[in-house]
Design a binder for this molecule. Structure first.
Ligand code: SF4
Length: 88
């Protein structure tokens, strides 16, 4: 009998096509592997996320202003809060 082939998720898959937890694993891996010159310093990253946690626009880890996952957006130093009056 032939063994089923286990394949990694397609890099061009939509999140709905991925196994349940693989999207978040991919996001955490993306954040972990950002080059140091791109990555937000850890203390500043935590401060950004604290602002998001206190913000009414945070919903299920996503920013309702821009639709992104805030942990990913905040991880890149060049990014900023997309609100009309930016919080970080
Ligand atoms: S508006 Fe700014 S502070 Fe609020 S959730 Fe979005 S990124 Fe975070």
């Amino acid at each position: 009998m032939k063994e089923p082939v286990s394949r990694p998720p397609c890099k061009r898959c939509l999140t709905k096509e991925m196994p349940p937890d693989s999207f978040f694993q991919t996001m955490y891996q993306y954040i972990a592997e950002l080059p140091p010159e791109v990555k937000t310093p850890q203390l500043q990253y935590e401060e950004r996320l604290a602002q998001c946690k206190a913000c009414d626009s945070l919903l299920n880890g996503m920013c309702r202003v821009c639709g992104c996952f805030v942990e990913m957006r905040a991880a890149a130093q060049k990014n900023h809060c997309p609100a009309l009056h930016p919080k970080w």
